[in-house]
Design a protein around this ligand. Structure first.
Ligand code: NI
Length: 266
């Protein structure tokens, strides 16, 4: 089972690197050439039947993952769940879905138009979690989504791929402090997401997180090509709970700000 999980995440990682070249450099910088353990990998989707959160999750459940937490992001109109594997060196997976019905008729129409282009059984494809974008999208529809929901625009442009990987600071040999990690990233020229402060969370909530600002990559829209934010890299340090085990959940207030790492910075 673990070999299959490793193979899946290798495929997801390779796809992620194609639009997130900074991740490879950061991996070298923090891991000094050794393997880096990922705390989690994050996904975005729409809550429409063909491709909803459960459809993504089914690929994980068959590999031995179980659902371990639920989260609500009212302002961003998102529901999320996280999944863990019994082998705790396998990344946790955080999947969110946009509650499409809570948006304006115009936005809903664009999203339904995209999803209608997908085959009914797309989520059964073995490579679904790294299949990218399988719908045509115009730059004007992208811009319309962007004015209402950065999340929706990102997903429309990039499709099914990791939104971010997350280095487990607890497992790094050379660093144990998120401030030091942030400092070395900035020294190496990787800008961080400072929305809500560079470090989200603290010891009292058992989880500290920071993230880079997303790289940029060219997307071919149906009418033209444009450079837009792609994916980012996150860093997490977990603290033990009263029972001595590391906290494995997520902190909604912190995740809310991490989502903004793909905002376009003008
Ligand atoms: Ni994350």
């Amino acid at each position: 089972m673990s070999a299959q999980v490793t193979k899946l995440f290798n495929n997801i990682w390779q796809q992620y690197l194609t639009v997130t070249p900074s991740a490879d450099k950061i991996h070298q910088l923090l891991g000094s050439g050794r393997d880096v353990i990922n705390d989690h990998v994050a996904y975005r989707t729409f809550n429409l039947d063909k491709i909803n959160l459960d459809k993504l999750a089914s690929h994980l459940l068959t590999l031995g993952y179980t659902e371990c937490g639920q989260y609500d992001f009212a302002a961003k109109k998102l529901t999320a769940k996280h999944f863990e594997h019994s082998n705790n060196t396998m990344p946790k997976v955080f999947i969110s879905e946009l509650r499409v019905e809570e948006f304006s008729a115009d936005v809903q129409k664009i999203i339904h138009k995209l999803v209608a282009q997908l085959p009914e059984n797309i989520s059964d494809q073995e490579n679904f979690l790294y299949s990218g974008r399988s719908w045509e999208l115009s730059s004007t529809d992208y811009q319309t989504l962007l004015t209402t929901s950065e999340y929706a625009a990102w997903l429309a442009a990039w499709g099914f791929r990791a939104n971010h990987f997350t280095v487990s600071i607890n497992h790094l040999d050379n660093f144990d402090c998120i401030v030091k990690v942030n400092d070395i990233l900035k020294e190496a020229g990787h800008p961080l997401n400072s929305n809500g402060g560079e470090i989200k969370g603290d010891k009292t909530v058992k989880l500290e997180q920071s993230s880079t600002l997303a790289d940029k990559a060219i997307v071919e829209f149906s009418d033209k090509a444009m450079e837009i934010p792609s994916c980012f890299y996150e860093f997490a340090k977990r603290y033990p709970q009263a029972d001595g085990e590391l906290y494995t959940g997520f902190v909604a207030a912190s995740a809310d700000k991490i989502f903004e790492s793909t905002n376009a910075i003008s």
